[in-house]
Design a protein around this ligand. Structure first.
Ligand code: ADP
Length: 359
């Protein structure tokens, strides 16, 4: 594989506190890579080490196979967009965007041409003379992006850039970011704690937990095949049932859940006789009348509270075995009209829609 930027055994300590451990990761040229994880999991530390603002305690960073671990930030030629944008308030939009070109001593005529071009491409055409204070939050965000992209960086680093925006603007800017990523062809490394944002934008997602990389994969891989309980829970909701592995079929692993047989998608991890967690998403479970019990892969459960969510209804049930089971049903589901709390139902799902995690 072609080398672009490689993180090799990277670690960071503050005094006795190890905040990042043994991080190895190859960033691919042109990709949109998201670092996702809860607050304090080491995402920003990783980004700041890439940018050169934080010195690693262990490991190294290579670009094109060359060691850049101790290279000064401005010598890396990486663009950075911070949460608070860090724009110069006393300068106009055009002066802000021109700044990285000025310090690189680009000739005036070329600066003018490139600034106009990049402002056009981020949707701020003709707004170069405005003052920063006259701009909305979304427009300031675009200026910060323009300033980070104008010098054609090898890598664009974005630290929770959308977190200050309200929900609607945030969704609009997500679409804009995806469009800019395609248009500029620049490699993006994006930090967020928002799972939906990560799933919507990324080519690949690196999931962090407590200073460690838990899983690296496409949005589909991490969502549909989470490698750990943490990833299964962090990316959307998941029902987890503790099962014993009792056998193998052609395409499924046969499990025992307190005397009930369940099938899960075939798993190489699950060894016969061992304990496992069976993970199934709420949206993958169907609600059926009790007469259907035993017809396919599922469990009996008693309906509890239902919460209307607009496009779907969240339904909480209690399994005969005592555990809670969460379902997410489309509002058009035929049983919802007559749904009664306390009534028993058959909850079923395809073995292909669940999988096993090592306990
Ligand atoms: P995230 O970006 O995932 O929210 P960070 O990388 O910012 O997490 O932080 C990871 C951990 O490192 C946190 O526990 C944080 O308190 C700690 N940390 C970050 N910077 C420093 C610092 N300069 N001194 C001491 N601890 C720090």
């Amino acid at each position: 594989m072609q080398h672009f930027v490689d993180l090799l055994g990277l670690g960071k300590r503050y005094g006795n506190l190890q905040v990042l451990s043994d991080l190895s990761l190859s960033i691919r040229q042109g990709e949109f890579l998201t670092l996702l994880g809860p607050s304090g999991s080491g995402k920003s530390t990783t980004l700041m080490m890439l940018a050169g603002f934080v010195e690693p305690s262990e490991g190294r960073i290579e670009m094109d196979g060359r060691d850049i671990t101790h290279l000064a930030p401005d010598a890396r030629d990486f663009g950075v967009v911070f949460q608070g944008y860090a724009l110069f308030p006393h300068m106009s939009v055009a002066q802000n965007v021109a700044y990285p070109l000025r310090i690189r001593k680009v000739p005036d005529a070329e600066i003018e041409r490139r600034v106009a071009d990049v402002l056009e491409r981020v949707g701020l055409g003709g707004m170069g003379n405005r003052g920063i204070a006259q701009l909305s939050g979304g427009q300031q965000q675009r200026v910060a992006l323009a300033r980070a992209l104008v010098f054609k960086p090898r890598l664009l680093l974005l630290d929770e850039p959308l977190s200050a925006l309200d929900r609607r603007l945030r969704q609009e800017m997500q679409g804009e970011l995806a469009r800019m990523h395609k248009d500029f062809g620049t490699t993006f490394v994006f930090v967020t704690h928002d799972q939906e944002e990560a799933l919507a934008l990324s080519d690949r997602i690196a999931v962090f937990n407590k200073g460690r990389l838990e899983q690296l994969g496409t949005p589909r891989e991490v969502y549909e095949r989470p490698a750990s309980r943490f990833v299964a829970n962090f990316l959307g909701d998941t029902n987890l049932l503790e099962v014993g592995v009792v056998g193998r079929e052609a395409e499924a692993t046969l499990c025992d859940f307190r005397g009930q047989r369940l099938r899960a998608a075939y798993s190489v991890q699950a060894s016969q006789g061992g304990k496992s967690w069976l993970a199934v998403r709420p949206e993958h479970i169907d609600l059926r009348p009790l007469q259907d019990a035993g017809r396919d892969n599922g469990l009996c459960a008693t309906a509890g509270s239902a919460t209307y969510q607009g496009a779907h209804v969240n339904l909480e049930l209690t399994l005969e075995q005592g555990e809670r089971l969460d379902l997410r049903l489309p509002v058009s589901h035929p049983l919802l009209g007559e749904l009664r709390s306390g009534q028993r139902y058959w909850c079923s799902w395809s073995p292909q829609h669940c999988h096993l995690l090592s306990a």
